[in-house]
Design a protein around this ligand. Structure first.
Ligand code: DX5
Ligand code: ZN
Length: 235
């Protein structure tokens, strides 16, 4: 289970200190939302800021590109210190070359999908990615309500991963809090991107530990440990 606080919900007037808080919280990833004012109706920050924050932490930088032209941004973010870059399946024909480009830059490869987009579209790419990012809100803003209709997509992504013996992360992003995170875990998610719910807490470390614990307890693997084989039904 991976907890990834989203910097979008941090106090922007003291970002380096906020990164320090995440460092101390025990989280493994820092999720960085890049919005271009075109793919989504909002603008966040760019590679210069990511580069500025890089020396403050060893956290895994998970860069989420909500951008119409990620091809012009992959190299700048790679140089700025991204560890993984997620591009959106909604970019259609460009997806194959973008995934290849991320890999060739030596970074982990992420593919994101918006709530209205059919999960079937990601199927051809599953053996080429390290992470599938299932958007559980329409991207563009933090603090929105979780869209429950996305839960079957998580179940489908988990079923494909099992059937094809693949190992990509299944991440959820948007409206992920202490109630919805365990529900996503039950559906098969293992990576929880959370902004408002985590940064809203005075004690970020306690919040991360709480989310980790509740999701671990809800994950199907916890409910059915490997060590306990299915007992045949007695008829
Ligand atoms: C939404 C972003 C999310 C956002 C999540 O466009 O991709 O990563 O920061 O924020 P919360 O947890 O507040 O919904
Ligand atoms: Zn995001």
């Amino acid at each position: 289970m991976t907890i990834a606080p989203s910097l979008l919900a941090a106090d922007f007037s003291r970002l380096a200190k906020e990164v320090g808080r995440v460092n101390r919280s025990g989280a493994d990833w820092l999720h960085l939302d890049i919005m271009d004012g075109h793919f989504v109706p909002n603008i966040s920050f760019g590679p210069a800021l990511v580069k500025t924050l890089r020396p403050f932490t060893k956290l895994f930088f998970d860069v989420h590109l909500m951008c119409s032209k990620p091809e012009i941004l992959l190299e700048p973010f790679a140089r700025a210190g991204a560890n993984q870059m997620n591009i959106h399946i909604e970019l259609g024909d460009h997806v194959t070359s973008l995934l290849w480009r991320i890999r060739s830059l030596g970074k982990k490869v992420g593919l994101a999908i918006n709530p209205p987009t059919s999960i079937a579209l990601v199927q051809p790419y599953l053996d080429q990615i390290d992470s599938l990012l299932i958007m559980t809100v329409n991207p563009g803003f933090g603090g929105q309500s979780f869209i429950y209709e996305t839960l079957p997509k998580i179940q489908q992504a988990a079923a494909w991963r099992r059937e094809r013996n693949l190992s990509y992360h299944i991440g959820v992003d948007g409206g992920v809090d202490f109630k919805t995170a365990p529900e996503c875990a039950r559906a098969g998610a293992d990576t929880f991107i959370s902004g408002t719910a985590l940064f809203g807490q005075r004690n970020l470390g306690a919040a991360v530990r709480k989310m980790l614990k509740t999701t671990q307890l809800s994950h199907p693997a916890a409910l059915l440990p490997d060590s306990e084989p299915l007992k045949p039904e007695v008829v």
